[in-house]
Structures are given as structure tokens and as C-alpha cells.
Design a binder for this molecule. Structure first.
Ligand code: NAD
Ligand code: MG
Length: 296
């Protein structure tokens, strides 16, 4: 047994300023400095998901990577989706899943295309030999200061990736998922208290809140639970590839009560809890991991 000393949450990870950095979206995690902590070294499993079959979108990096690593260390076989440009990040995750002794399936492709969403679920189900956890983490976020500069193209794409893909993926998956399966979506503090420069993105997160709660009521009688995770500011490629203006990167996260950005690994336990049988009486809920910012 390892002794668990209390750790001051205001002092963990990177409480100081980040240096300014920018990459083209979607951003490659291995090129970030510091690299996000997705539990590569630290996450320890406790057999909570042995034999489960999980599809994680956005599983190459950031929060999705933390969920994918944790699921594998809890005993699940894991398929991850990401964009083709992110292949190198995805290969790192594949190696980590395999090191945990589980099957890893890599399925690159664009979630804004309905046919791809159908093919993704079909392939994940086939290659995993089943599907009982659907963890939908992928998201698009590009800050635009003025509505006059927000193009129809960006507005549409943000909704397609963040909201429409949920419809397409879940409609394909449901007939394949047994009772006891779990669906976990990913919303944001932006789905409660929207920033001025995230008009399209914040709107999609409000939509995800409604989608998740409505669907949970529809699927409860079918024995499938549906919940969401609402992260606050987390150090990931999303933020340094246009999610925030570059000037906002150094102090990213410092406005939260805990006065620092979170790391993806700090969400891993919540994704595991919601996916696993531990959450058997939990559906229609939105779990905040926000550094103390209220979801209201
Ligand atoms: P991330 O960049 O590591 O993950 C986002 C992933 O979305 C990318 O890795 C990419 O694979 C995927 N993606 C984007 N467009 C896609 C497309 N068209 N097709 C397929 N995949 C696509 O960043 P992250 O912060 O870990 O983001 C994960 C989720 O967390 C997102 O839904 C985001 O909105 C949410 N979130 C993040 C924060 C934060 O501060 N980082 C805060 C609140 C919510
Ligand atoms: Mg990525």
C-alpha cells in the first residue's frame, strides 16, 4: 500500500505562468511545453473496467487521452478517434494502452462527417468485439473576438464537431450497446458562463448540456446511463491552438479559485466513475472539474 499524503491543490502541477505558445489547430500534444499530464506516469488502475469495450473520441491528447489511459489501466479495451494530423499523438496512446495489456484500436477521421461517424462506431464495435462505453470528448474551439468576424463556416463546423457528431455516433452505437452501457459527453464551464470570445463554442456546450440531460431520460428505461463532464481550464492542445488568444496563455487557469490550470489526469477518475458500474445510480448529471468555478 502507498501512503496517501494530503496534497495542497493550489501547489500541484504548474501553478506559475505558462509561456506563450501557438500551434495550428488541432495542435500536437508532444510539441507543447510543458506537456500536459494525462496520467502517463501516475494513473493506477483498480480493475474497475475489466473486460469493458470503450470508444473515446479525441483520445489522442488532452482529456480524451487521460480517459483512454485510465480506461485501459482499469482493464478496458479502447478504440480512439482523432484527426489524421494527430497520428503521432495517437501512436503514443496506443503504446500506453498496449503496455496496460489491453487492445488498442486507432480510427482517425473527421467527426463533422456523418458517414465517418457511422463508420467509426461500426469499426470500433467490430475490432473491439463489442461496445459498452461511449466517451465523447472531441471538440472544436476557436476564439473570435467579434461576431462580425465569426464565419458561417466556423459556426457550422463547431456545431457539427461538438453537437451533430453526438447524434450521429450515438444513433449508430445504441443498437450495438447492451444494457448497463454508459455514455459520457464533454461539456464545459462555457456551457454555464460563456466568454465573450467563444460565442459558437459556448453555444455548443449549452446544447450538449441539454442533449445529455434529455437523452439520459430517454435511455434510462433502456438501462443505459448518460452523463457529462464539465471541465474548467485544462492545459491541453485545444487551448494553445486558437482556443484562447495567445496573450491569455501565460495566465491560463489562474482566475479559478484554485488559481491554476488543471491537468487532464485530474479528470481521469471522473471519466472512469461515470463509465463504470460504480455510477450505477448516476444518470443525467453534469460533473464539474473546474478548479472551483461554479457550474451555475
Ligand atoms: P484536445 O485538443 O487534446 O482534444 C480535442 C480533440 O478533439 C483533438 O485531440 C481532436 O482529436 C478532436 N477533434 C477536433 N476536431 C475534430 C474533428 N473534426 N474530428 C474528429 N476529432 C476532432 O483538447 P481537450 O481540451 O482535451 O478537449 C477535449 C474536450 O474537453 C473538448 O470537448 C473540449 O471542449 C472540452 N473542454 C476542454 C477544456 C480545456 O480547458 N481544455 C475546458 C472545457 C471543456
Ligand atoms: Mg489532439
Amino acid at each position: 500500500m502507498t501512503e496517501q499524503h494530503p496534497k495542497d491543490p493550489t501547489k500541484l502541477y504548474h501553478p506559475d505562468k505558462f509561456h506563450k505558445q501557438y500551434q495550428e489547430a488541432p495542435g500536437i500534444q508532444s510539441k507543447m511545453d510543458p506537456k500536459p499530464d494525462c496520467g502517463e506516469e501516475s494513473y493506477k488502475g483498480n480493475d474497475k473496467m475489466v473486460g469493458r469495450k470503450a470508444l473515446v473520441t479525441g483520445g489522442d491528447s488532452g482529456i480524451g487521452r487521460a480517459a483512454a489511459i485510465a480506461y485501459a489501466r482499469e482493464g478496458a479495451d479502447v478504440a480512439i478517434n482523432y484527426l489524421p494530423e494527430e497520428q503521432s499523438d495517437a501512436e503514443e496512446v496506443k503504446a500506453l494502452i498496449e503496455e496496460a495489456g489491453r487492445k488498442a484500436v486507432l480510427i482517425p477521421g473527421d467527426l463533422s462527417e456523418e458517414q465517418f461517424c457511422i463508420d467509426l462506431v461500426t469499426k470500433a464495435h467490430q475490432e473491439l468485439g463489442g461496445l459498452d462505453v461511449l466517451t465523447l470528448v472531441a471538440g472544436k474551439q476557436q476564439a473570435v473576438e467579434d461576431i462580425m468576424d465569426l464565419t458561417t463556416e466556423q459556426f457550422r463546423k463547431t456545431f457539427e464537431v461538438n453537437v451533430f457528431s453526438l447524434l450521429w455516433v450515438i444513433k449508430t452505437a445504441l443498437p450495438l450497446m447492451p444494457k448497463g452501457s454508459s455514455i459520457v459527453t464533454t461539456t464545459s464551464v462555457q456551457g454555464y458562463n460563456p466568454s465573450a470570445n467563444l460565442l459558437d463554442y459556448a453555444s455548443t456546450k449549452f446544447a450538449i448540456n441539454g442533449f445529455t440531460r434529455s437523452l439520459s431520460k430517454q435511455l434510462a428505461p433502456k438501462g443505459i446511463r448518460v452523463n457529462a463532464v464539465a471541465p474548467g481550464p485544462i492545459w491541453t492542445p485545444l487551448q494553445i491552438s486558437g482556443g484562447q488568444p495567445s496573450e491569455a496563455i501565460p495566465a491560463f487557469g489562474q482566475q479559478t479559485p484554485l488559481a491554476r490550470a488543471g491537468q487532464p489526469v485530474e479528470l481521469a477518475d471522473v471519466y472512469v466513475f461515470l463509465a463504470s458500474n460504480s455510477a450505477s445510480y448516476v444518470t443525467g448529471q453534469i460533473y464539474g472539474v473546474t478548479g472551483g468555478t461554479e457550474l451555475a
